[in-house]
Design a binder for this molecule. Structure first.
Ligand code: MET
Ligand SMILES: [Zn+2]
Length: 758
């Protein structure tokens, strides 16, 4: 018999219950007791649901209040000094979100993206006087909680190798001693779990495939030799990447009872699987994609699993999603507004577990036992393959016809600069912003009322025009040089375009946790992408009609739209990005025709979309930069193309950014104290650049002197003709009362500099 297993369930709840519980607690509408009671109910509901779906290895300790890395930090007493005087939930949430009371202000811990997902984990901070040791054993508590309901679970915990590598230390610590203590703390945990006869534990080590040095493998070997003594059986779990030969060899001899492989991202022959399984009690095959929302091809997977099972004792087989289901929404059956046809294509967490169950049953009892399910699945996939919108002839012909010269601007940056300057007549150190202005409650309400058809279109347009006028006048009064319209018509920079392009649909329940209580609902790209009508021209032209100064046309770039959507799985991502690039190219053409001379194509996710494995970097950089240029190279020489990037560190990425050949880039850098500039001491960035000098993630108002200093720092590595003056990112999350003085100071800093350099 094979075993149906799961690696992690979406903790947020189908109706974002966790979000409600958290926010009620934070707002003081619920006390500790109520919070514990509600979150416990949610966990139990999810365990029961998995049990009734036929899952035999059900995860526990996979539902943190805020983040699973934070839970492990708490578990092993890895509490940074600034939080140590606190306790309980106050301490836990202070670490996640900072603490601000009348007596103290404690900054939150940093957040980092969990590998290449859009989930953010708390970055561990290691300090000199930290001694990893087992704190209150919550893993045991959760296990026993589930057991009360007669549900046998498999606790899951981030492993020591991964935890250690994700950590940062701001002071010098004895790394090997620290690691030693950390491993001993894990060992103590495992001993306690063994003492109450927990059969299996899942230890997640997603870092494992990414480390390819011999000494890392030695360390893994030593670590797991200790951990496996007097422990529940360990399922060593890797995901998100293909394991190479050396990694596989290491796993083969690693002292653990089972291995989980991501068979969606990794390609393993049945012989490889069989040989890996030889010394193990279990081999868990992650065959159902835990990163997308599409139904799996069950027949195809089953034929792979059947060959595998013939080569090994099939009692050893566990069938699972490729990774935790944290990265997909909960239940597709709740969707009521999706075209019934497209609806059948969807598999969220609940449906994915259904697929795991069917595959397991087929292996254990023969495929005849699941005949109906298999043929239904085949039917759906066939229908999906034949959908007419998947392949739009006109678009495909256009794609086949893309020429190299379509992806290169006609003249060099130097020549373009002269022509653009002649047209735009910008002063030295031009001041601009990134696009959005504060989105007040009223603006959000107007948009939502318009969506719900509570107000008619002409009224809605009037209100947006009024807001745009306010934003334009405001910038003129301040003395900004290149204006923006403020983006008040946009709820989100990707959704806005997704709603207007063919080939997309949006969901009602497709929520995925981004961090803590924050969730996102990515649009879905299911078919070929076309732009039926201009998407932004009306608003931008209106803004431009109000002023003599140039107003930027604001668009989101192909890589970012793709990265922040759920993407169809029948063609390569690079093709999807190319289709988006053509749609944006057409939009740019229309903006240009309407007299807009500066167009900004935002690519905040450009760095984030970089594959985990270095070996795939070049290919990615090649197509993603080409898509950007395909979108932006159709313009006249004197049309100025801007781009914007944020949310990542770009220091080792300047070469790729150079390939975009944007005339101007604005880029986040003030948070890191302009660390970005270090990169320019080795790589000379040729085009114009505005390193952000106003940290818009903070409510603080930067003063003129501070920003002037940052600009002076920038001038040490940049020419004066290259330097633009702008904030780090859009201002939509800020308040007018913060934005007004901050931008005033910013303009004053630029003016101070001009006087000095003219
Ligand atoms: C996350 S990047 C945001 C760019 C967008 N133009 C804005 O200003 O909001
Ligand atoms: Zn940004």
């Amino acid at each position: 018999m094979a075993t149906a297993s799961n690696l992690g369930f979406p903790r947020i709840g189908a109706n974002r219950e966790l979000k409600t519980y958290l926010e009620n607690y934070w707002n003081g509408h619920a006390n500790d007791e109520t919070f514990y009671e509600h979150t416990s109910k949610l966990r139990i509901k999810h365990w029961k649901l998995q049990k009734s779906a036929g899952i035999q290895h059900i995860p526990s300790y996979d539902a943190p209040y805020y983040d699973h890395v934070l839970d492990v930090l708490e578990l092993f007493s890895l509490i940074p000094f600034r939080f140590r005087h606190l306790d309980g939930l106050t301490q836990y949430f202070a670490m996640a979100r900072g603490l601000s009371t009348s007596v103290e202000q404690i900054p939150a811990m940093e957040m980092t993206k969990w590998f290449d997902t859009n989930y953010h984990h708390i970055t561990p901070e290691f300090e000199k006087d930290m001694h990893p040791q087992l704190n209150h054993n919550k893993v045991k508590e959760r296990y026993l909680e589930a057991l009360q309901y007669d549900i046998q679970t498999r606790p899951v915990i981030v492993g020591p190798l991964t935890l250690f590598q994700l950590g940062k230390s701001y002071e010098s610590i004895d790394h090997s001693l620290f690691l030693q203590q950390l491993i001993e703390a894990y060992h103590e945990l495992l001993n306690e779990l063994a003492a109450i006869h927990i059969p299996w534990i899942q230890i997640d080590e997603p870092i494992f495939p990414l480390n390819q040095q011999d000494d890392f493998y030695d360390m893994a070997e030593k670590t797991y030799t200790l951990l496996s003594k007097n422990s529940p059986k360990i399922l060593f779990t890797t995901y998100f990447s293909q394991l190479n030969k050396n990694a596989l060899a290491c796993l083969k001899s690693l002292p653990c009872h089972g291995i989980h492989l991501d068979c969606v991202r990794g390609d393993y022959t049945p012989d490889t699987i069989a040989s890996l399984a030889k010394e193990k009690e279990a081999i868990s095959l992650g065959v159902v994609n835990g990163r997308n929302i599409w139904r799996a091809d069950l027949k195809h997977i089953l034929s792979y699993l059947t060959i595998c099972s013939e080569k090994l004792d099939h009692e050893k087989l566990m069938i699972a999603p490729s990774c935790s289901l944290l990265h997909v929404p909960v239940d597709a059956s709740l969707e009521e507004k999706i075209d019934p046809h497209l609806h059948t294509w969807l598999a969220y967490a609940v449906e994915k577990l259904g697929e795991v169950r069917i595959l397991t049953k087929a292996l254990s009892e023969g495929s005849a036992s699941v005949n109906t399910a298999l043929s239904e699945n085949q039917h759906i996939l066939q229908d999906k393959r034949q959908h007419p919108d998947l392949h739009k002839k006109e678009l495909r012909a256009r794609m086949a016809n893309i020429k190299k010269e379509d992806t290169i601007r006609q003249t060099s940056f130097r020549e373009r600069r002269t022509l653009q300057q002649k047209k735009l007549k910008l002063p030295l150190f031009p001041c601009t912003t990134i696009g959005s202005f504060p989105q007040t409650k009223e603006i959000r309400r107007v948009r939502s009322d318009f969506r719900k058809r509570k107000i008619p279109a002409h009224e809605y347009e009037q209100i947006i025009q009024k807001e745009t006028t306010k934003v334009i006048n405001f910038q003129e009064d301040l003395g900004m040089n290149v204006l923006v319209h403020g983006e008040s018509e946009r709820n989100d920079m990707v959704e806005y375009f997704g709603e207007q392009l063919e080939g997309f649909f949006s969901t009602q329940h497709g929520w995925v946790q981004s961090y803590g209580s924050r969730c996102v609902k990515p649009p879905v790209i299911f078919a070929d992408i076309m732009r039926p009508t201009p998407m932004t021209v009306k608003w931008i032209s209106y803004a431009q009609s109000l002023t003599e100064l140039p107003v930027k046309g604001m668009l989101t770039g192909p890589t970012t739209i793709m990265q922040w959507s759920f993407v169809r799985d029948d063609i390569p991502r690079s093709e999807v990005a190319r289709q988006l690039a053509l749609a944006i190219r057409d939009e740019i053409y229309d903006l240009e025709k309407a007299g807009i001379s500066i167009i900004q194509v935002d690519e905040p996710a450009f760095r984030e979309a970089l594959p985990l494995q270095r070996s795939q970097w070049n290919e990615y950089i090649q197509w993603s930069t080409e898509c950007f240029r395909l979108a932006t190279s159709g313009v006249a020489d004197d049309t100025q193309i801007h781009t914007h990037m944020c949310y990542s560190e770009f220091n080792d990425f300047i070469e790729a950014i150079t390939k975009l050949d944007a005339d101007v880039i604005s880029i986040e850098s003030s948070r890191s104290g302009m660390e970005l500039l270090k990169a320019f001491t080795t790589v000379a960035y040729p085009n114009a650049i505005g390193p952000g000098i106003y940290d818009i993630h903070s409510p603080n108002i930067p003063d003129q002197e501070h920003m002037y200093r940052l600009l002076k720092d920038a001038l040490r590595v940049l020419d004066k003709e290259q330097l633009w003056v702008n904030p780090d990112c859009g201002l939509k999350t800020r308040k007018w009362k913060e934005v007004r003085p901050s931008l005033q100071n910013m303009v004053a800093a630029a003016q101070q500099l001009r006087e000095e350099y003219m």
